[in-house]
Design a protein around this ligand. Sequence first.
Ligand SMILES: [Zn+2]
Length: 287
Amino acid sequence: MSIVTLKDLLNDSKQKKYGVFATNAFTFEMAEVVIAAAEEKKSPVILMIAEDLFEHLNPEKISPSIIPMIRKAKVPIVFHLDHGMDFETVSKSMYYGFNSVLYDGSRYPLKQNIKIMKKLRKSSNQLGVSLEGEVGHVGGLESGERDIEKQHIDSDKYTKIEDALEFISETRVDALAVAIGTIHGNFRFKPDLDFKRLEEINDAVDVPLVLHGSSGLSDQDFKRAISCGITKINYFTGLVSVATKKTRETVCKNDSFSYLTLNKIVMESVKEKIKEKMDIFGSTGKA
Ligand SMILES: [Zn+2]
């Protein structure tokens, strides 16, 4: 089991119609908890570090510890770079041991997004690294929109089928992130996803589809998205919220808790949330 490619894992989830939970580790304990949750649920999982979290967990230093943990795991795990924002970072990350990377060129015009991805394809092929691309643009916190009050969904930036087709035929990515109404960070409003568009994209392309910015979605939204072709679900903000809430509750209840106990309680709550989502995504027992 242990380390598998994104390509192999998502082809299995596409065929069997389940969603793979994908989240970012922001501490070493968080990486351990993601793996433990997957093992307890006998579920595959995608362990990610986003470029904007490198200040918390630097893969250059930490990968030599995380990768052996993944190799020893009893379930299939992908070690994935989330939202690599430029060619240099993504190229370097392949040498840190990520066996899958997202180059996020979604803020650029399609042609430029394609051009950079094609350049990355050369090294990813040599190293056996899977590639995720993004066409259309999922807005929110990871795209520099730090002021949550300004958060809005711009349907002009939803993924267009003809763009997705052109991108895939040019780049041969292994997975495609689509914009259909989700947002990075906490939703300020009730999500209203464009499932019709998702179905049309899924009918038109053969690569597995990825949903970003999914923390505010309902169980029904997740199930419907998976039935319409979503195979990888990035879920992060919801875990940070659970950790923050549990920390506050625990400290308020008893301020004599040691940090060690606190850390254990908080990480346990994060693990439970991950396991809950694995059940909803239908990946439990699929390892
Ligand atoms: Zn994302």
